[in-house]
Ligand binder design. Structure first.
Ligand code: GDP
Length: 425
């Protein structure tokens, strides 16, 4: 369909109830990815349950359910096309553990749309998601100031929210002057695909035009293959089929691959994308691939597939730069929260706090600090409690970043500076 258009993975972030699901539903609809009759049936269903104007959010809910039910690798539903790109929404907003989702989603995203409701302005999760996106390596952001209908399309309110969001994104290192702010209403469709008379004061691009101003991501095809596993299926008549997204390098039919830390090897027999067989897949491609020599239970989510001659790095210890987002008290040596890196979740211990840094300039403020608290940046040494594949951010940024979670909230995020690798053979 759009095979010749460049592909972009898009994360949709923002505070709960600010309209992420509705906005994605609206995008899918306005670009023709969801047909009017499908929307009508959702609308009827929503109305019968007394939830009148919910149809766009329902599009997302139904897709989510579908995904939970089936084992087919069907991402076509969350695809939509603009004039220049075809987009995949890498995350399913509305998921119960959205931040957790967002960590894996955002680490795969080429750009993010931040949805901020005009009546509320930026809130707690707005801040958290913006911070995470930045630390996880997203450097392109579009701000959708949503629910403009609920503030009578007020220019004054739009500018207030724009100023608040500008302050917020500047703090974490985004460039506000390079960031587009679009006043939209996902309910009424204002400024989504066409300029609307409701906002005569707005002269900028529509939401869809803004999406086309994003820069095409670089494709790290010359690097070794890294493919973090999301799921592993057994499909009758085919065999073991791991599923995941190629982060770097190329996956080719006939290739000998190694899965780490599982330390298993096999041969790629076939590769499937969008229900079609392909001879190879590259960065950004979501694939299912059949591997000979691997049983379903040999490998699991969190393992990473790479070439046998350049297998993924299993870390015995690593040094990282982290930024602490929030912590109920202070973070000190011995603390062992869960690290989320690509598709892996592994408890890791802070072994040394080496240097405290100025979060903006990166200058060393203190050697061997006794503890870290919210707002601090630091260089630390970490030990995983069980084998974990992680890479230096400089070499393979896609596999070199992580988020730190504890008791349901995000404590910190960071990038890997150096690794003491474990010998696997
Ligand atoms: P999410 O939690 O960010 O995914 O938010 P939802 O998309 O589920 O929307 C939250 C609530 O805001 C729902 O009641 C929506 O119907 C409502 N909503 C979403 N977009 C708009 C909008 O453009 N205008 C108004 N007035 N309400 C909206």
């Amino acid at each position: 369909m759009a095979a010749d258009k460049p592909h972009m993975n898009l994360a949709v972030i923002g505070h709960i109830d600010h309209g992420k699901s509705t906005t994605v539903g609206r995008l899918l609809f306005e670009t023709g990815a969801v047909a009017q009759h499908v929307l009508d049936s959702y609308k009827k269903e929503a109305e019968s349950k007394g939830k009148g104007s919910f149809e766009f959010a329902w599009v997302m809910d139904n897709l989510k359910e579908e995904r939970e039910r089936g084992i087919t690798i069907d991402i076509a539903h969350k695809r939509f096309d603009t004039a220049k790109y075809y987009f995949t929404v890498v995350d399913c907003p509305g998921h119960r553990d959205f931040v957790k989702n967002m960590i894996t989603g955002a680490s795969q995203a080429d750009a993010a749309v931040l949805v901020v409701a005009a009546p509320d302005g930026p809130m707690e999760q707005t801040k958290e998601h913006v911070f995470l996106s930045r630390t996880l390596g997203i450097n392109q952001l579009i701000i959708a100031v949503n629910k403009m209908d609920a503030v009578q399309y007020s220019e004054k309110r739009f500018n207030e929210v724009k100023q608040q969001v500008t302050d917020l994104i500047k703090m974490v290192g985004f460039k506000p002057e390079e960031t587009l702010f679009i006043p939209i209403s996902s309910f009424t469709g204002v400024n989504v695909s066409k300029k609307s008379p409701e906002t005569p004061w707005y002269n900028g691009p529509t939401f869809l035009e803004a999406l086309d101003t994003l820069k095409e991501p670089e494709k790290p095809t010359d690097k070794p293959l890294r493919l973090p596993i999301q799921d592993v299926y057994t499909i009758s008549g085919i065999g073991t089929v791991p599923v995941g997204r190629v982060e770097t390098g190329l996956l080719k039919k006939g290739m000998k691959v190694s899965f780490m830390p599982a330390n298993k090897e096999g041969e790629v027999k076939s590769i499937e994308m969008h229900h079609e067989e392909h001879a190879q897949a590259g960065p950004g491609d979501n694939v299912g691939f059949n591997v000979r020599g691997i049983a379903k239970n040999d490998i699991r989510r969190g393992d990473v597939c790479g070439p046998v001659d350049a297998p993924p790095t299993v870390a015995e210890e690593f040094t990282a730069q982290v930024v602490v987002l929030q912590h109920p008290s202070v973070l000190s040596v011995g603390y062992t929260p869960v690290f989320h890196c690509h598709t892996a979740q592994v408890a890791c211990t802070f072994l040394e706090l080496q240097k405290k840094l100025d979060p903006r300039s990166g200058q060393v403020k203190e050697e061997n600090p006794a503890f870290l608290k919210a707002g601090d940046a630091a260089i630390v040494k970490i030990v995983p409690t069980r084998p974990l594949v992680i890479e230096k951010a400089k070499e393979l940024p896609q596999l070199g970043r992580f988020a730190v979670r504890d008791m349901g909230s995000t404590i910190a995020a960071g990038i890997v500076l150096d690794i003491k690798a474990k010998q696997m053979r």
